[in-house]
Design a protein around this ligand. Sequence first.
Ligand code: AMP
Length: 280
Amino acid sequence: MKPKLVRSLAALRRETARWRKDGLSYAVVPTMGAIHSGHTQLVTEGLKRADRVITTIFVNPRQFAANEDLAKYPRDEDGDVLKLGKAGSHLVYIPEPEEIYPAGFCTTVSLAGPAKAGLEDKFRPQFFDGVTTVVAKLFIQTGADYAMFGEKDYQQLKVVTQMARDLDIPIEVVGIPTVREEDGLAKSSRNVYLSKQERQQALAIHSSISHAAERIRGGLDTQSAAQLATRTLMALGFQVDYVTVRNAETLAPPQHRDEPLRVIAAAWLGKTRLIDNVAV
Ligand code: AMP
């Protein structure tokens, strides 16, 4: 199926108004493009819940710091639209930048709570204000019933869920398990930056946090398990931003043994920053 491609908010709203008139529900899948099977899985899951799926592609300048990879972020619009069509997305919204940030735009949506858990926010201080501002706009522009997000970006999933709740945006945020390569590496648009050798080393991020989760299940304390994983990654040449164990819902440091836990990590391999997380 060839999806309908729209670039203006007016055209998007014409399509969604028609769906509403026909009594159809719809889900939105926000992405930055460079579509891979992690993204198309979100489309597949959206189709299970709603009659129609909109995928958005917008490389959001506000969530990149000056020294980050905005200019070289991989872009392949034609390929993306093809893949999204194959996955069953009915509409692809690729807004012109002025549809998101028109001249004079001066609002920032900014959260505390999970957005200040000391994980991504500590290493990318501009990141969540950029994410929540653009995601709030995409929720409001699309008016979707469901929003599909990957667990791969675990803190982001918690942050956008909290934002929709706090702002009474009538959308259900749905988290989808991480899609992985055969060796366990989480699919990511940024994996194309890895050299052949780095690509082989990269699997260690998933294996080390999986071992940490196993050790915690086996009775090891959370701090020692995180330290072991950090040491393993450093020994393999990673520069580790953090490996930490948090409450899976609040992202706060664990208080007692029976709360739901998540091992969450971010580390650099050469010039590529990888993030991953697993349930305990
Ligand atoms: P991105 O284009 O990287 O900003 O990601 C767009 C959406 O796809 C976010 O909700 C991500 O969490 C999700 N996503 C990215 N990679 C994966 C993956 N490997 N598995 C599941 N979801 C993913």
